[in-house]
Design a protein around this ligand. Sequence first.
Ligand code: 4NP
Length: 161
Amino acid sequence: MKPVSVLFICLGNICRSPTAEAVFTKLVDEAGFGEAIRIDSAGTAGFHVGARPDDRARETARSRGIAMDHLRARQFIPEDAEAFDYLLTMDRSNYEQVMAQCPPAMQERVHMFLDFAPEVAETEVPDPYYGGPEGFENVFDMVEAASRGLLDDIRSRHGLG
Ligand code: 4NP
């Protein structure tokens, strides 16, 4: 069966969306769906293409037992809208950017990632780039909550397990 595909999207693809990629990948693997769900991330901007995730994101991930050193930034391309079933944006600005590049027939694939975490009060994962390490911890907590909700959604909509 064709895997369900998920693309996490932020601005630079070095802080929030690679964190989401790494956290969701671990959750999916632990649930035994590693073959059934394909996961990637991208940034709407190209400033950091080819770069590893930010040192602070990698440190936060390491402290929580999650691997993300192998990830490299890439830029979102309009073809991603055809290639992925779920396009999950971290904030409203990313959402607008992706919607503007997405053919109308594919726009229903685009969601704010935190829509999958109704228990989180915020609607956007805040950009931690210009702040301190606590911002990265906060991103991680939000991403973990939304990842659980996303996996539940995929399991029920796509009949997995
Ligand atoms: P991200 O964070 O979108 O979560 O990867 C940022 C990374 C880099 C920049 C802004 C946000 N920047 O301006 O370079």
